[in-house]
Design a protein around this ligand. Sequence first.
Ligand SMILES: C[S@@+](CC[C@H](N)C(=O)[O-])C[C@H]1O[C@@H](n2cnc3c(N)ncnc32)[C@H](O)[C@@H]1O
Length: 330
Amino acid sequence: MTSQRPTSGSYERINYSLRPAKCIERKMMCEAFWRLFALGGADNYRYVGFGSTFFSDFLLFHRSLGIADMVSIEKDERNRERFMFNRPFSCIELVFGHSNKVLPTLSWDKPTILWLDYESKLNDLVLSDISFFCANAASRSVLVVTVNAEPDPVGRGSFDKLKMRRMRRLVKRVGEERVPPDISGADLAGWGLADICRTIIHNQIQQTLSQRNGVLATESKIQYRQLFNFHYADAMKMLTVGGLLYQHEQTSTVNHCDFGALSFVRSDDQSYLIQVPNLTLRELHHLDTYLPIDASQDLQELDTVAIPEEHVRRYAEVYRYFPTFAEIEL
Ligand SMILES: C[S@@+](CC[C@H](N)C(=O)[O-])C[C@H]1O[C@@H](n2cnc3c(N)ncnc32)[C@H](O)[C@@H]1O
């Protein structure tokens, strides 16, 4: 008789390595992380993330950045064996348990890139992970948080009732005191929930840092510089927000990293929407021969065959990070 294994994780429904916008996001973040090494090489960094069964983030950050101190946290303890089997490199330590429980058991004296890549919506558990990290992370650490930002389903009823229902759900997840006072249920449609979640996350980071910095001398105070405010939707609308924690006295070195030179870096509430063009391999290769192009360049000057202009523009923006999936005979 075969034993019935409990099946629950999103990784059983979703192949995270095949989600094009997420793939682009990972590579963009990786490029930004390269610039971090002006603050200290890969040897000095640790990566902590949720590798799931595909470990796509771990594969990329180990291969591209050379980070060899890696911890993958996984809450689905019932499928330990499967996660262990898929661990691609021996330098990845797997720690089972919910991040709320696991993060306090790790040591925090080394600069760490932490990517809390949740598939769920922003809630008080997520906010408590964020607070924990901001209160404990070493200077030069990076925090990245991904949450589901799909507007809550509204069901039936009058428009006013539907808006109230969305607001009630948000309040239930994060607590009334965290919801900005100037918003209403009408602001939670489209990308509105993502924008508000960014504000709530940002406020949580600032609030935790102000407590941490309370008694510190000015030069030792920890600052937060936002680098990412991605919106994308491979299926559901998702928000990824994050940035660098560093001591005030390191400000000029951080400025040297010149993160602002990267077109996707966002330091405020203006998001960067990752839009994936839908092109054939043949079209990709054809367009590559014209790239890079200037954002202001007139596309009429290129032979874009019959590809819609919108897709050409989108591809020109993301082509260096674009995933190419092909079926191959191994
Ligand atoms: C979105 S996937 C991670 C994808 C991966 N980071 C990538 O780049 O493709 C999320 C994984 O983390 C696990 N997970 C989600 N929330 C968690 C939490 N709070 N603590 C520990 N594991 C969690 C899920 O079971 C799932 O395997």
